[in-house]
Design a binder for this molecule. Structure first.
Ligand SMILES: [Zn+2]
Length: 249
């Protein structure tokens, strides 16, 4: 990972179009995290709007978005075209490519950043440090087992600022919902692959495969935000079986 900056350093065009960064103290890497439904994607789009209104130019990136590739969408109905971050995408290369096309990139809005690779988080830090691009990353901190996603861990380690998103999501008991539970066939899951897209609709089997392409259409997988107490004991609440609206991020 530490050798990953070399190609950028050798590229004489790498910093040509770094926007208005000379007027500032350099870029910064900020990570906003919280459970699903806490408004991360909405905040991401608001952030993009605010910067664009000040005349800055940015790129919006996302991965595994609920609306499919190439779009960042929110549960409350907002949306915007976005670059789909596949596991092999070099984000520095993407930004450099825009610069070579004469397109300014002053900042990046990175939604679903917990699902990026650790190498991509390093690329984001490189862009901040070597090219003064501001990076705003949004995502889950922990998976359904309450373990950090590797990319989220790297963001906690590297970010200039880390902020828990303030829009409060409530557990069924009324306490603040802090953790995502994976619910498989009506019960809380404690084991399994770290990334599994939840979709209770068996008619949409494309969304029901895990990251290794395994077919999960036989299982009913969904996600539910719980307080720590009820995540730890696995209590999904009295109406758990009637809920079907909560899905991954
Ligand atoms: Zn609770």
């Amino acid at each position: 990972m530490t050798s990953s900056t070399s190609s950028l350093d050798e590229d004489p065009n790498a910093c040509v179009a770094a926007g208005d960064s000379r007027l500032r103290r350099g870029g910064s890497l900020k990570f906003f995290y919280g459970p699903m439904d806490c408004g991360k994607s909405t905040l991401a789009l608001q952030m993009d709007y605010n910067h664009a209104r000040q005349g800055r130019r940015g790129l919006v990136l996302t991965t595994i978005d609920r609306a499919g590739p190439g779009r960042l969408s929110t549960r409350i109905g907002l949306g915007k075209e976005a670059v789909d971050v596949s596991a092999d995408l070099d984000i520095r290369g993407l930004v450099r490519q825009r610069w070579q096309q004469g397109i300014r990139v002053d900042y990046l809005i990175c939604d679903e950043a917990s699902f990026y690779t650790v190498a991509q988080i390093e690329q984001l830090a490189d862009l901040v440090d070597t090219s003064d691009v501001d990076v705003y990353a949004f995502g889950l901190a922990t998976d359904f087992r309450t373990s950090l996603f590797p990319a989220a861990q790297r963001l906690f380690e590297l970010a200039d600022e880390v902020t828990r998103v303030q829009v409060e999501v409530l557990c069924w008991c009324g306490r603040p919902g802090l953790l995502n539970a994976r619910v498989v066939n009506g019960g809380i899951a404690r084991e399994g692959d770290q990334v599994v897209i939840g979709d209770t609709s068996s008619s949409d089997s494309a969304d029901s495969a895990d990251s290794s392409g395994q077919d999960l259409t036989e299982q009913d997988v969904r996600y539910q935000v719980l307080c720590r107490r009820h995540h730890r004991v696995g209590d999904l609440g009295p109406t758990a079986r009637q809920e079907g609206q909560l899905r991954l991020v």
